[in-house]
Design a protein around this ligand. Structure first.
Ligand code: NAI
Ligand code: MG
Length: 362
């Protein structure tokens, strides 16, 4: 029997509600497949500010580093929103990513045929959409130095810097190619090579890394064209890999193909081992949704699908991940709907009923 250590950080708002359902589903996976998941739970975000005065404690980081993976709910809420506050709930997620060296953020976008109607795009455009957008997470425009504001005779000035090293580009490209190998074997590298020096470097390095994966097709697209193709022919993409800010923008655009945030998981990955696994942080893309917290209205599927990504990408449990994803597809096919994905006349269920239904189908 394989044993895995998982750090659980439920966070604020609906975080604990959706986390409870993900753990229910993982409990079922343990039972059916005979693994042992050893959990450690830590208070983070707003709840940690109330309890410890900080959003993320060094103890939590230490526990994360000693784990195979981190399951992260969501942090934040109006109670901690004072912009002048010196501690903020988001420090938890930013600190975790940084201190665990999680440089690749993966957001899969799949559109269940039954939910195509929830999107604002035409049904025929969404047919067959199944992609993963990988955003470089610890470099690029958001972190490059110099980064500052000043004032001179001409008035207020500001600078941000887009800088990448070949090593930073190569490691995130490797994540993309390795993932594509398990999928439809196509990588789309997105840059702005016609204008930016970093874009040229990005394209060069992506091409070099691609040579090590001759079985995977590599295409290069400029970021502005990519924004257009995402809504025009989204089904043509398999794995997209791109710079931090480009990825921030494109992932939000891509997420909207699927309709509800309540369906969208994500993974943030660091260095990979030879077998492709390695520590990662898994969280839904949505936040703490204070408007519906405590009412049983939260859709737990994004959190449950994040747990499935954890099984595959950090624990190396492919079959088990597939079983969870199939169970989610099954409950959608059977017509179970939380309010965020319920069309007229749908059978609306609460958070717990949805989680239990997924668990039962594994
Ligand atoms: P949000 O994602 O929490 O909510 C946006 C809208 O989507 C709300 O109407 C909410 O009810 C709905 N929604 C979100 N998740 C849902 C789910 N699972 N099921 C059904 N409906 C769902 O974003 P918002 O309102 O901008 O932010 C709320 C708080 O969350 C803020 O404090 C923000 O800073 C924080 N946040 C935290 C994130 C994280 O922990 N990684 C990410 C995004 C926001
Ligand atoms: Mg964003």
């Amino acid at each position: 029997m394989a044993t895995f250590r998982i750090l659980v950080t439920p966070g604020d708002g609906i975080g604990p509600e959706v986390m409870e359902e993900a753990l229910k589903v993982l409990g079922r996976v343990q039972q059916r497949f005979g693994h042992e998941f050893v959990y450690d739970e830590e208070t983070i975000g707003g709840a940690a500010i109330d309890r410890y005065g900080v959003a993320l404690r060094p103890e939590t980081i230490a526990k994360a580093k000693a784990s195979d993976a981190v399951l992260f709910g969501a942090v934040g809420g109006p109670k901690w929103d004072d912009p002048r506050a010196s501690v903020r709930p988001e420090d938890a997620i930013l600190g975790m990513r940084k201190q665990l060296g999680l440089f690749a953020n993966l957001r899969p976008v799949r559109v269940a045929p039954e939910l195509i109607g929830e999107s604002t795009l035409k049904p025929e455009v969404l047919q067959g959409v199944d992609m993963v957008v990988i955003r470089e997470l610890t470099g690029g425009l958001y972190f490059g130095k110099p980064k500052r504001r000043w004032e001179n005779a001409e008035g207020r000035q500001a600078v941000d810097t887009l800088r990448y090293s070949e090593r930073e580009v190569a490691r995130v490209c490797h994540v993309a190619f390795q993932l594509a190998r398990q999928r439809r074997k196509k990588v789309t590298s997105v840059d702005k090579a016609n204008v930016l020096r970093t874009g040229q470097l990005w394209r060069e390095v992506a091409t070099e890394v691609g040579k090590q994966y001759p079985d995977v097709e590599l295409e290069h697209i400029l970021v502005d064209a990519c924004a257009m193709y995402l809504v025009r022919r989204p089904a043509s993409f398999d794995v997209i890999v791109t710079e931090n800010m480009f990825g921030d923008i494109l992932t939000d655009e891509a997420a909207m193909l699927a309709g509800s945030m309540g369906m969208m998981p994500s993974a943030s990955l660091g260095r990979r081992r030879k077998d492709g696994t390695g520590i990662g942080l898994y969280e839904p893309i949505h936040g703490s949704a204070p408007d519906i917290a405590g009412q049983g209205k939260a859709n737990p599927l994004a959190m449950i699908l994040s747990a499935a990504m954890m099984l595959r990408l950090s624990l190396g449990l492919d079959r088990e991940a597939k079983a969870v994803e199939d169970a989610v597809d099954a409950v959608i096919r059977e017509g179970l709907r939380t309010p965020d994905i319920a069309g007229p006349g749908a059978k609306v269920v609460d958070t717990r009923t949805m989680g239990s239904a997924v668990a039962e189908r594994i």
